[in-house]
Design a protein around this ligand. Structure first.
Ligand code: AMP
Length: 312
């Protein structure tokens, strides 16, 4: 694996690979099995895999966790190498933003709700850095986790609107064995918060059960989630939303593809999770985020297996 810190060097290193299929996995590092599942998927589909690790200041609000965001480049480098990444790109902030950028990429409408409403400017930062990284790497495929379902919708819209020559591959959520979605921010949780954090997944399952029992009204489904979360005394709801996916339009009843998305605080730690529900031809269906993928580890967990891939 080649480690690269400058744009110039990465471009020249990738020259011999032009003509091959290049896969790209953008991350903010502190790697876990969620990130590595994207690499695994990229390895299957591409000849060359580029991973970036860049904690992008542009996507953090002034009171957010930019400074304390967990970082461990030595460990990340070892994990990336062991998992078959070919090029690890770890630019500095000065390398990515040598001068204050006067250009921002803004995706309208689908950034107004959910995380976009709670984190003003966040998706401008994401769309801008992802555009820059796409211009630098020029990948054929880019791999994103459905853990950040709104981000996937935003990037897909941007790529389509701006005719970017890259195919976005959404990958399903990887979870701990007990259901908590893997996240670099999980390290912020103390033992009690870690226990209570299960309420995110539990509440999604409550919604799923109600949906399976025929409930289609989003207000009623939302209420079921809110009441499940309120059982956890340390949980503070940021939002619980059920929207059409990927448009993220408001809906009163589910009659197509819907995203159940939530963000919950434990003290200052904000966790997000989601599931997709869909009604096809009148039949209820909980979709894997990427139905073409047969994930390992789906064993016999009848309830949990509907909602992602497990990290055993
Ligand atoms: P981050 O480093 O948190 O910005 O995430 C980098 C990429 O990894 C994004 O596309 C995320 O959606 C994806 N990712 C993060 N956590 C998970 C997870 N638990 N399962 C699948 N993908 C994930």
């Amino acid at each position: 694996m080649k480690c690269v810190t400058t744009i110039h060097e990465l471009r020249s290193d990738l020259k011999p690979s032009r003509g091959k299929i290049i896969g790209f996995v953008p991350t903010m590092g502190y790697l876990h099995e969620g990130h590595l599942s994207l690499v695994e998927r990229a390895k299957k589909m591409c000849d060359v895999v580029v991973m970036s690790i860049f904690v992008n200041p542009l996507q953090f609000g002034p009171t957010e966790d930019l400074e304390k965001y967990p970082r461990d480049l030595a460990r990340d480098t070892a994990l990336a190498e062991a998992n078959g990444v070919d090029f690890l790109f770890t630019p500095s902030v000065e390398e990515m933003y040598p001068t204050a950028s006067k250009t921002l990429v803004t995706v309208k409408d689908i950034t107004d709700s959910l995380c976009g409403a709670s984190r003003p400017g966040h998706f401008d930062g994401v769309a801008t850095v992802v555009s820059k990284l796409f211009n630098i790497v020029q990948p054929d495929y880019a791999f994103f986790g459905m853990k950040d379902a709104q981000q996937v919708a935003v990037i897909q819209q941007m790529v389509s609107d701006l005719n970017m020559p890259v195919t976005i591959v959404p990958c399903e959520i990887v979870r701990e064995a007990d259901g908590l979605a893997l996240s670099s921010r999980n390290v912020y949780l103390n033992e009690e918060q870690r226990r209570q954090a299960l309420v995110l997944f539990r509440s999604l399952n409550t919604v799923k059960q109600a949906f399976d029992n025929g409930e289609r009204r989003t207000a009623a489904l939302k209420e079921a989630a809110v009441s499940a979360i309120s059982k956890s005394p340390e949980a503070r709801i940021d939002y619980v939303e059920i929207r059409e996916y990927p448009s993220l339009a408001e809906i009163e009843t589910i009659d197509g593809e819907a995203l159940v998305a939530l963000a919950v605080y434990f003290e200052n730690t904000r966790l997000i999770d989601n599931i997709k529900l869909s009604v096809r031809g009148g039949n209820a269906h909980v979709s894997h985020h990427d139905e073409s993928q047969n994930s390992p580890g789906h064993g016999d967990r009848s309830e949990l297996e509907l909602c992602g891939q497990y990290n055993n």
